[in-house]
Design a binder for this molecule. Structure first.
Ligand code: M6R
Length: 587
């Protein structure tokens, strides 16, 4: 989603905002822009492209107050004119979110007026200019009263040396710096600048100057929101010696598993309290988080023998879900801000379910609404493709399922404690170069597996298509012969994950079916003897042996590395895949 940053204080605003935007680029990289205020005049620099396009513009943007934006295009193509900030009269505005009634508002207030951009956001600045009669706060309130949808807005006004902020259904934080104050979408933008932040709530309006921050609720009554520590540090966001964040974050998988285990001890009691009397589980998430939910379904059904369903969060909301007072919903989200997941959790709460959030983001919208929070110890994940957060989620969900089965974290930890070492062995020892080369040359890659391996196959397929753009699908291995086999020919690659001895024979059949149709097959496995079975016919990538249920922690590393290497062979940027953004805060 888009990222916003604002600063007002004693230093050159454009330079500080530019640094903040670089740290928020994972939220979108279609265009970038900054507006500053100097001598009662607003100056704007904006351009299509990544945040780096601003480097040559910031010198010309004077002033100690300003707002900036990095865009993930929703309404209006990526272009210079659609880049934020948008300006009208005395105002410049940056926006993260979607104004759902922008067409109606345009018709009502600006009938016949030609707008400069094709964005939904321009209406905001036009309205501010329309409603402003010298009283900034009441103009902001009038705008908030007519907007529908989601927004985090940072505003500068030529009459006020400071920032105004409006927030509803999109994240916004205030940061307190040494020589000025900030607004941003997320903590990393303020790393190194602010050790303390305030998280705004829906409906809040904030007026921020160099020395003072005033926060009002939707009725313009002063609101106390409290300050918390900013956990993002410059060190946690640095690339170090790695060429890409994706690789760095795969290297951090072992630490993610370890920290998630440690974190679980602090919440075990609370989780078991919330789960008391529960007899049915629904797991919701999007993308990778949904895929980890599929693994969790297996865990819950196997360990606790309790019915569990995994649902795509955006679908769950609109299917009139069956919820009883003894249903618990587990909402999984790396960012804790994914609109579909947060709304699914809120719907579940409103229907009387208990909600447990599994997330990396301790202060996110998801954690604020949940009955209990299971922390994922992955730390900040910058690459758009989820890697260490997936394995952290799997770890957390394994422990959660054990709690549901009445097994203590201490007892579960015995099996988990060897996993960080096995993750390191996997990262260091496997060679995915042949498979990556096959994928890069293929017309399509098919990830196959059964049971838990099928859940990882879906994740492998998502990862490959997301960062290499090679068409890819994930299938249960047994389903191949029911349709997908028609796509297998000399230009197709099948990646078959086999970590379950019981099902190995059945999965071998799928490999044979691919080979007999002249497709290429690669097996990712820790089952013995398969190298011999497929010698000279199919590549076999060996991962370490481990507890059957924990194998996703290792097979996931293999498919993540395959996606990464394939992306490099095809000259894609693995950290910033086209058309995507890391945190999707709109529906
Ligand atoms: O922040 P979340 O975990 O809620 O994000 C959900 C998906 O948008 C995310 O997992 C997406 O699928 C990843 N880019 C996949 O690598």
């Amino acid at each position: 989603m888009c990222g916003i940053v604002g600063y007002t204080g004693g230093r050159k605003a454009s330079e500080i905002i530019y640094e903040g935007l670089k740290r928020l680029e994972y939220r979108g990289y279609d265009s970038a822009g900054i507006a500053t205020l100097s001598g009662g005049e607003i100056f704007v620099g904006k351009k299509q492209g990544r945040v780096g396009v601003l480097e040559s513009l910031i010198g010309g943007l004077d002033g100690n107050t300003g707002v900036g934006h990095t865009r993930w295009a929703t309404h209006g193509k990526p272009s210079d004119v659609n880049a934020h900030p948008h300006c009208a009269g005395k105002f410049a505005v940056v926006h993260n979110g979607i104004i759902e009634n922008f067409a109606q508002l345009k018709e009502r207030f600006f009938c016949g007026v030609e707008f400069s951009s094709q964005t939904d956001s321009e209406i905001i600045v036009r309205l501010l200019n329309e409603f402003y009669d010298g009283d900034l706060l009441s103009a902001l309130k009038c705008v908030a009263d007519v907007l529908q949808g989601s927004y985090a807005l940072a505003v500068i006004c030529a009459d006020f040396n400071g920032l105004a902020v409006l927030k509803k259904n999109s994240p916004a934080i205030i940061g307190y710096g040494k020589d000025g104050n900030f607004v941003a979408s997320d903590c990393p933008a303020l790393a190194g600048e602010c050790s303390e932040i305030t998280i705004l709530e829906d409906g809040d309006i904030a007026v921020v100057s160099q020395d003072c921050v005033r926060i009002y609720d939707g009725d313009l009554k002063p609101a106390e929101r409290g300050r918390i520590k900013n956990l993002a540090t410059p060190a946690s966001l640095e690339l170090g010696d790695c060429p890409h964040y994706m690789l760095k974050e795969i290297y951090e998988v072992p630490a993610s598993v370890e920290r998630t285990c440690a974190g679980y001890f602090t919440v075990e009691k609370k989780v078991s309290e919330v789960l008391r009397g529960i007899d049915r589980i629904i797991i919701v998430g999007c993308g990778t988080a949904y895929n980890s939910g599929l693994v969790a379904k297996r865990y819950i059904e196997s360990f606790a023998r309790m019915p569990a369903e995994a649902e795509i969060a955006g679908e769950f909301r609109y299917k009139n879900p069956v919820i009883t007072p003894t249903t618990a919903v587990i909402a999984i989200s790396q960012s804790g801000e994914t609109a579909d997941t947060v709304e699914a959790a809120k719907l579940a709460l409103s229907l009387g379910a208990k909600v447990i959030a599994v997330t990396n983001a301790p202060y996110s919208a998801l954690t604020r609404c949940a009955d209990a929070v299971v922390p994922v110890g992955a730390g900040p994940e910058i690459c758009v493709a989820a890697t260490k957060s997936y394995t952290g989620q799997i770890t957390a969900l394994y422990l959660l399922a054990k709690t549901l089965a009445g097994v203590s974290a201490q007892a579960s930890f015995e099996k988990l404690s060897v996993m960080p070492k096995l993750c390191i062995q996997t990262i260091e020892n496997i060679d995915v170069s042949t498979l990556a080369d096959m994928c890069a040359r293929s017309d399509g890659a098919y990830f196959l597996g059964r049971d838990i391996d099928y859940a990882v196959a879906l994740e492998g397929s998502l990862k490959l298509k997301e960062i290499s753009y090679v068409p890819s699908e994930g299938y249960p291995a047994g389903e191949l012969k029911h349709g997908t086999l028609a796509l297998i020919d000399i230009r197709a690659v099948a990646v078959v994950i086999i970590t379950d001895e019981r099902l190995a024979g059945k999965c071998e059949n799928a490999v044979e079916q691919v080979l007999s149709r002249k497709g290429k097959a690669v097996v990712i496995t820790n089952v013995g003897g398969l190298e011999k079975t497929f010698e000279g016919r199919a590549e076999v990538i060996k991962i370490p042996k481990c507890d059957m249920y924990l194998s996703p922690l290792l097979s996931a590393i293999a498919v993540q590395l395959v996606a990464y290497r394939t992306a490099l062979l095809l000259d894609r940027d693995p950290d910033k895949p086209r058309n995507l953004a890391k945190s999707v805060t709109v529906e």
